[in-house]
Write a protein that binds this ligand. Structure first.
Ligand SMILES: Nc1nc2c(ncn2[C@@H]2O[C@H](COP(=O)(O)OP(=O)(O)OP(=O)(O)O)[C@@H](O)[C@H]2O)c(=O)[nH]1
Length: 700
């Protein structure tokens, strides 16, 4: 009994919480409101010497009951006399059970006091009316009590947990929030039949990540060819998105879906499949943007990293430089006193593969990956597609338990019975142990990569859960009206739906990233926090959009553009990408949106993309970009942006747009053209010119 809330104490001594807060403050006790927690010592400070210490609970309870009784009688009288209609309207919107409650109240004589319940329960929230009913009190009485606490609520308004607790405490009624068990959560159907002794060693699951062209695919192929003997493979290896090798009777599972995508999509969907990440860094190129991104992903997932320094056969190979560069990311080689394993390899020549495999086994020995093969299987979807002949096919990674042909299964929002299983060697198998990837058929629909699966005990249950999950997913999709966008930030903040704004920041250079981050964090709009969930240098990638979609975030791009995939995904997922060239503009826009002061804006509409294929230097004119319109069209009067590797190099106007020798007004997709830009000559082959116009957008 050493701690209580201000309002509890206030009730005991029959004073208002406000008075108590003031009294406490005047004695130097730091309290902010009725919910603040105070100790016996604090209480002592404000107790007048004449008044005995806090009344014995018994006495105060009695007093309260008396009080409540009186109030209740009054309320009933008032209502009966002056508001006869209220009652009818009150029972209207209620459900059956609830109506019974109110009719019970109705049948009582106005003078008869209904006892308060000892305890009430609720799920998530209650409306004022529902709470009143549970307390056997009239709504207007509860509304008055709320007013006293400074809460203005109508009968149909929902109350949050804290307010429900306040009111019930005021009545001296116990309250408990009931946890809802989601019958459609497949986790609850996993096989409970588990114990530590049943868990045995399982193969590690390895993902290969690294910068474009550093040799991920070549390394995966090389490992597979070196370690899977031709005889075993029967000459045909099957691409199922993952494969297993065996070395010294120990297996290793490799995911060969592109590492980053696998990581981001799966992690965005809450799945963690990777045990070890191989970070491939080309010895002649060193640490590059995607190397950094890969490190960030692996670290966020707390997955151990083994560095494979690739392309050692190349003349310019400089493994020391790679090591040096990686120390900045806390990847320090053992030779230099660190803990990170570095292996020099040449994927193309198959050199260093043995050592790499050995190191993977070493890490897995240390980490002791375990699973229980004697229970119903659970795991994650690696890949899935619709096959014309076979129907939905999915590669599943069994993460725990053993899967058998014939098992009833729920996979994401679909279900089925496993008709056939094929392993990575293209062979039909009857069962799949932990860490084994298998391609299955027999599902009723195509699941998504990253979906979880659970083998069920009986098929009927699997069907019922699967069907309901599918229905719910459909509903959710329908309800996914709008993700957060700048335009509706203010209304969401106003509605109280938005307490935190998730933001992803992408900029051309790290310096800008830091600057944008810093300024965003400084924005101060009452009660709303900006939460930067990811920030980095480089183009806006699909993984950024997926992350934004998973966390309902806005992407702010500073001097960078989304690539094609990112743009497509952003359209589908309705992710708001805001692009700016001046940091101040970006900050101002967010701040204005948060305050509901957005000016009517012109929005840019990209009308086409042009790829520069060949350059012609003409002494008087400058550089002419021999180009090809890949998408949409380019017009003479459109504004253009020159993009190189996702970074905006130039923004301005077209100087001349020609087809052959003629000036033209516009050129459409599929045609070649010659372009010169106003006051800009540093064009390169492979650059992309994006043409856009500004359109006024009507706010809805
Ligand atoms: N000399 C040399 N070239 C290599 C080696 N490994 C890969 N390459 C070459 O580097 C290029 C890129 O290799 P990939 O395996 O496609 O690289 P990646 O990282 O999978 O590339 P993306 O899939 O585009 O991200 C190819 O031309 C390979 O032949 C190596 O060990 N030595």
């Amino acid at each position: 009994m050493s701690k209580m809330r201000v309002y509890e104490y206030a009730k005991q001594v029959d004073k208002s919480s406000k008075d108590i807060v003031q009294a406490l403050k005047s004695k130097g006790v730091e309290v902010s409101n009725h919910m603040s927690i105070i100790s016996d010592e604090d209480i002592k400070k404000i107790q007048a010497p004449a008044k005995p210490a806090a009344e014995a609970p018994k006495a105060s309870t009695n007093k309260k009951t008396e009080n409540e009784g009186k109030k209740n009688t009054n309320m009933n009288n008032t209502k009966n006399n002056s508001k006869p209609n209220n009652r009818g309207s009150q029972s209207n919107p209620r459900g059956r059970g609830k109506r019974r409650g109110s009719s019970r109240q109705q049948s009582k004589s106005p003078h008869q006091i209904l006892a308060l319940p000892k305890k009430i329960t609720f799920i998530e929230s209650l409306t004022v009316g529902e709470l009143a009913e549970k307390l056997h009190r009239d709504s207007s009485e509860v509304i008055k009590k709320l007013m006293k606490l400074g809460v203005m609520a109508t009968k149909n308004e929902s109350l949050d947990k804290e307010t429900i607790e306040l009111i019930t405490a005021d009545y001296g009624v116990e309250v408990e929030e009931e946890e809802v068990i989601d019958k459609l959560d497949i986790d609850i159907y996993t096989d409970e039949n588990d114990s530590e002794e049943n868990r045995t060693e399982r193969p590690p699951v390895v993902t290969i990540m690294g910068h474009v062209d550093h040799g991920k695919t070549t390394l995966l192929d090389s490992i597979r060819h070196t370690k899977v003997t031709a005889g075993e493979a029967g000459g045909i290896t099957q691409h199922i998105g993952a494969y297993q090798i065996e070395e010294n009777n120990k297996k290793i599972t490799f995911l060969d879906t592109p590492g980053h995508a696998a990581f981001t999509t799966m992690r965005a969907r809450g799945a963690q499949v990777t045990d070890i990440t191989i970070l491939v860094v080309a010895a002649d190129d060193g640490v590059m943007p995607q190397t950094k991104e890969a490190i960030a992903h692996a670290k966020a997932a707390e997955v151990p990293i083994i560095v494979a320094v690739n392309k050692m056969d190349k003349e310019g190979a400089n493994p020391d430089r790679v090591m040096q560069e990686l120390t900045e990311f806390e990847l320090v080689p053992e030779a230099w006193g660190g803990e990170t394993i570095f292996v020099n390899v040449s994927a193309i020549k198959g050199e260093g593969i043995d050592e790499l495999v050995e190191m993977i086994l070493l890490v897995s020995e240390v980490e002791e990956y375990k699973a229980n093969p004697d229970k119903r299987a659970t795991g994650t979807v690696i890949e899935a597609e619709l096959d014309k002949g076979k129907g939905p096919v999915a590669t599943l990674l069994v993460q725990d338990g053993t899967m058998h042909v014939g098992d009833p299964i729920v996979v994401g929002n679909t279900f089925g019975r496993i008709r056939a299983m094929v392993n990575d060697l293209g062979r039909r198998v009857k069962s799949a142990a932990p860490s084994t990837p298998v391609e299955i058929t027999g599902l009723s629909d195509v699941p998504q990569a990253g979906d979880q699966f659970v083998v069920f005990e009986d098929e009927k249950k699997a069907r019922s859960v699967g069907e309901q999950r599918a229905a719910r997913a459909k509903d959710e999709e329908r309800n996914l009206t709008n993700r957060v966008s700048i335009d509706d930030l203010f209304s969401q903040i106003q509605d109280g739906n938005m307490k935190e704004i998730n933001v992803i920041v992408k900029a051309d250079v790290q310096g800008s990233v830091e600057a944008v981050k810093g300024s965003l964090e400084k924005i101060d709009v009452e009660g709303v926090k900006i939460n930067i969930i990811h920030a980095g240098a480089g183009a806006i990638a699909e993984s950024d959009v997926i992350l934004a979609s998973a966390s309902n975030a806005i992407i702010i791009g500073f001097n960078v553009r989304p690539d094609v995939n990112a743009k497509r995904t952003a359209d589908v997922e309705k992710v708001d990408i805001r692009q700016h060239r001046v940091i101040y503009d970006a900050i101002e826009e967010i701040e204005a949106a948060m305050k509901g002061m957005l000016d009517p804006i012109f929005e840019e509409k990209v009308i086409g993309q042009v790829e520069i294929r060949q350059l012609f230097k003409v002494s008087k004119i400058g550089t002419i970009a021999g180009s090809y319109v890949t998408e949409g069209k380019i017009t003479r009067d459109s504004t253009v942006r020159l993009i190189r590797d996702g970074i905006v190099i130039y923004e301005g106007a077209i100087n001349a747009l020609k087809r052959f020798k003629d000036d033209v007004k516009e050129v459409s997709a599929g045609y070649e053209c010659g372009v010169t830009l106003t006051k800009f000559n540093d064009l390169r082959e492979g650059d992309v010119i994006e043409a856009y116009v500004m359109e006024e957008i009507k706010r809805t």
